[in-house]
Design a protein around this ligand. Structure first.
Ligand SMILES: Nc1ncnc2c1ncn2[C@@H]1O[C@H](COP(=O)(O)OP(=O)(O)OC[C@H]2O[C@@H]([n+]3cccc(C(=O)O)c3)[C@H](O)[C@@H]2O)[C@@H](O)[C@H]1O
Ligand SMILES: Nc1ncnc2c1ncn2[C@@H]1O[C@H](COP(=O)(O)OP(=O)(O)OP(=O)(O)O)[C@@H](O)[C@H]1O
Ligand SMILES: NC(=O)CC[C@H](N)C(=O)O
Length: 730
């Protein structure tokens, strides 16, 4: 029993914030102390955890590297690395080149600096903008340490490169985030070369339904080649649109043995597992093909360390952690918790005193109200569980008097969320009632106002300036008049929202300002079905990356699981903008009719355009097959052209979309994610002609009757006519 190689290994989720060296260092030292308390002799942290993963162009500033080294010195000076192998992430300049590195530290020595071999450079990631990859595979060079560290430790140089640490009892190597996702991932070669423990410090963001991809890769990698895989990740909003979703994990020989939480307000979460390293030897020894490949594997340079990771012989016997099933949340719960945590970090870090939400009683703004409610529930749960960090922030942001703290989620929501229904003569009683019901259930401080006088002030001013008075379509107005009269209502709501956000704390005897929450969903952003600079222009938007279809499912879920039954009524109502006059007291205008496409279709177009990288012709080909039983080729052609026309007309709106939580890989966010032009020839003459030719060929092949053209929505037709007329005149 004394010879058994059993190690307690620690990984963690840290809520880092880009450029917050002080806070980041505090969270790192807390995680090391917690790992030590749990008996670990090795602790891995997230990618670039010292400066924070999201520094982006700050990585090109020498200050960022300099301050990172200062933090390493602090770790050593404070004795945090004594008797504990600390695997931390930071940028390092080596021979004039900047690398994204892991630093393995022990007892005031830098054991090894391991640069990232494969950088993340798609979607939200632009690592090659700041870092180079290490190309000298299986090679190690000498790195001269900064003078301050030399003075502190007496160590002048350390190894730098693609190497592993050979302890007295096991071999450990690091790989970094994206490397796990590559087809020729380093961990396979490392495992074949005899490395038993592989750590991965990551900076990986949340995307709906993505967690299984990460865990599957770790489990399949170690199922094939055996070994222990430790995953650490950043968590929270570190200053941008991404929410890093933690989920630190430990996998042994293909089986998950420990999993941290994905959505939590905890700033520091340490996850440990007790692993029997002989199980790795036994697992590998039982697979003949593995043995055969391992015997010819390229060796990895070893840095020898006089230290053992396992419990010393004779110490208390530790039972290895047992395999467990991975925990995956439903997408609905992900929509509730991810944005809720992101909002909490954003609000407390921005120094705001809460949120102002224009609440229309429709699906989108109601979802946002529910997410803020969920945030308050999570804060209260964390406070009840004794989380002192969350309590301190809740007391500060909620401006509680000394000795007071949140009583319950609704009471907290009353302090943190002001909602406002801004009705006009075109609004219905139903939406007004739904807004106040929901606000009541969440606990928000709710206002219900009429803004007709402001709208009239503007239209009267316009009339005084021009001598003309625009009319709605139902009153005989042109498409331009009809749209202008809708847009002015929507835009004035934005102006009032910002005024209220600035002054409501003052009105309520408090200090500070409120952040205005936007609530345009990802599909509306893609189709441009929103008024530029209306209430969709806010400070931040928690649902800008979520599809309408997912939001509707979320509303159903929230009615039940968040305890806000009004959400079910909101979901059941048809989505409408309520900007045109009511007909016989009822709403005439619905979104899908206006857009000339359903939200379901919009979701399909969005995925094909971005995720499948389809231009008009390839989207037509894809849908011709997929919709063969639903539409004729001519109808499919019409639909695809209709989508691309409106995408092109409205693409400019993506440049000013409110910064929103990134949740979908089909996000059209022009600023950081979907880099495409914003001035298009919306007629797409070359592409649409090819579609028409193909549709004709397909129809001939089908040997069917004459294709029928599909109906497109009323407002869509108006806008199309307006654009055609404008271009014809130009
Ligand atoms: N290429 C270009 N580059 C830069 N800017 C460009 C531009 N083309 C137009 N613009 C600007 O954009 C303006 C047109 O955009 P905008 O003012 O938004 O107006 P517009 O897109 O014409 O109309 C708003 C649309 O949103 C719909 N809507 C309104 C309200 C609520 C909802 C809902 O979600 O429920 C939907 C409404 O039915 C309509 O289709 C132009 O007046 C011009 O200022
Ligand atoms: N009557 C209203 N009172 C308060 N805010 C409103 C009102 N109507 C619209 N808004 C705000 O303007 C935003 C954009 O309006 P729009 O009509 O496009 O709504 P939407 O995107 O369909 O969202 P929702 O489903 O919340 O109505 C809404 O999300 C909401 O925040
Ligand atoms: N930081 C990274 O290397 C991220 C890589 C990876 N594609 C992820 O989303 O997790």
């Amino acid at each position: 029993m004394g010879n058994q190689r059993v190690a307690i290994l620690a990984t963690c989720n840290l809520d880092q914030w880009a450029m917050d060296f002080e806070g980041n260092l505090r969270r790192i030292t807390r995680s090391i102390a917690e790992a030590r308390r749990l008996g670990a002799r090795y602790r891995v942290g997230p990618e670039l955890e010292i400066p924070g993963y999201g520094c982006e162009d700050h990585f090109t500033e020498h200050d960022t590297v300099e301050h990172s080294w200062e933090c390493v010195a602090e770790l050593m000076r404070g004795g945090h690395t004594d008797g504990m192998v600390c695997d931390v992430g930071m940028p390092v300049m080596h021979r004039g080149v900047r690398y994204n590195c892991r630093l393995l530290l022990l007892n005031r020595r830098v054991l090894l600096i391991r640069p990232k071999l494969h950088l993340a450079n798609d979607g939200n990631y632009r690592e090659t903008r700041y870092f180079a990859t290490w190309k000298r595979r299986r090679q190690v060079e000498e790195h001269t340490l900064p003078a301050e560290l030399q003075q502190l430790t007496g160590q002048q140089r350390c190894p730098f490169g693609d190497a592993a640490l050979c302890f007295q009892d096991t071999v450990l190597a690091a790989e970094t985030c994206e490397e796990l996702f590559t087809p020729h991932a380093p961990h396979i070669g490392l495992a074949l070369a005899g490395v038993e423990i592989i750590s991965n410090g990551s900076g990986s963001h949340h995307q709906l339904r993505k967690l299984n991809q990460r865990l599957d890769l770790m489990m399949s990698g170690t199922a094939k080649s055996g070994g222990v895989y430790l995953y650490a990740n950043q968590r929270g909003c570190d200053g941008g649109r991404l929410y890093f979703d933690g989920c630190a994990a430990v996998v042994v020989n293909g089986q998950l043995v420990a999993q941290g939480s994905q959505f939590s307000l905890k700033e520091v979460e340490v996850v440990t597992a007790t692993v029997d390293l002989d199980e790795v030897v036994s697992y590998r020894g039982a697979v003949a093909s593995l043995q055969e490949q391992a015997s010819s594997a390229e060796p990895v340079p070893l840095v020898h360390v006089e230290f053992s990771l396992c419990s010393p012989p004779g110490s208390a016997f530790h039972l290895p952690s047992l395999p467990r099933e991975p925990l995956y949340l439903d997408a609905e719960e992900e929509i509730a918790r991810g944005p809720a945590c992101w909002l909490w970090d954003y609000m407390r870090r921005a120094g705001a005193s809460g949120f102002l939400l224009p609440l229309s009683g429709g699906a989108d703004s109601s979802s946002v109200a529910a997410i803020v409610g969920c945030m308050c529930q999570m804060v209260c749960a964390a406070v009840a569980a004794g989380d002192q960090d969350v309590l301190a922030d809740a007391v500060r942001v909620g401006q509680y008097n000394e000795g007071q703290q949140p009583k319950d989620a609704a009471e907290l929501a009353n302090r943190l969320l002001t909602s406002v229904y801004m009705g006009t003569e075109n609004s219905s009683q139903e939406t007004q009632d739904r807004a106040s019901q929901l606000a009541g259930q969440v606990g928000a401080y709710h206002l219900s106002v009429k803004i007709d006088s402001v709208v009239a002030a503007l239209t009267n001013l316009f009339s005084a300036i021009t001598g003309r008075m625009p009319r709605f379509r139902v009153h005989g107005g042109s498409p331009a008049e009809n749209l202008a009269l809708q847009n002015i209502q929507a835009r004035l709501r934005m102006v009032l929202a910002f005024l209220l956000a600035q002054l409501m704390p003052w009105v309520r005897g408090r200090s500070g300002f409120l952040l205005v929450l936007g609530s345009a969903n990802v599909d509306e952003g893609l189709r441009g079905y929103l008024t530029k600079y209306d209430c969709s222009s806010a400070d931040i938007n928690p649902i800008g990356g979520v599809s309408k279809a997912d939001l509707r499912r979320f509303l159903q879920w929230g009615a039940l699981h968040l305890g806000y039954p009004a959400l079910a009524e909101v979901e059941a109502a048809p989505p409408t903008a309520e900007l045109e006059p009511l007909k016989d007291g009822a709403v005439e205008q619905t979104d899908e009719q206006d857009m000339g496409m359903t939200y379901e279709e919009l979701g399909v177009y969005g995925r094909l355009r971005k995720i499948s990288r389809c231009g008009p012709i390839s989207m037509f080909r894809a849908l011709l097959g997929r919709w063969r039983d639903r539409y004729t080729p001519a109808e499919v052609a019409e639909k695809v052209k209709h989508f691309f026309k409106f995408y092109a007309i409205n693409r400019h709106k993506a440049t000013t979309l409110t910064p929103s939580y990134h949740a979908e890989s089909y996000s059209p966010d022009d600023n950081r994610f979907d880099h495409r032009q914003f001035l298009y020839n919306f007629r797409w003459p070359w592409q649409f002609e090819r579609i028409d030719q193909l549709a004709q060929q397909a129809q001939q092949q089908l040997d069917g009757g004459a294709a029928q053209s599909s109906k497109v929505g009323t407002a869509a037709v108006q806008l199309e006519e307006q654009h055609e007329a404008a271009l014809a005149g130009s």
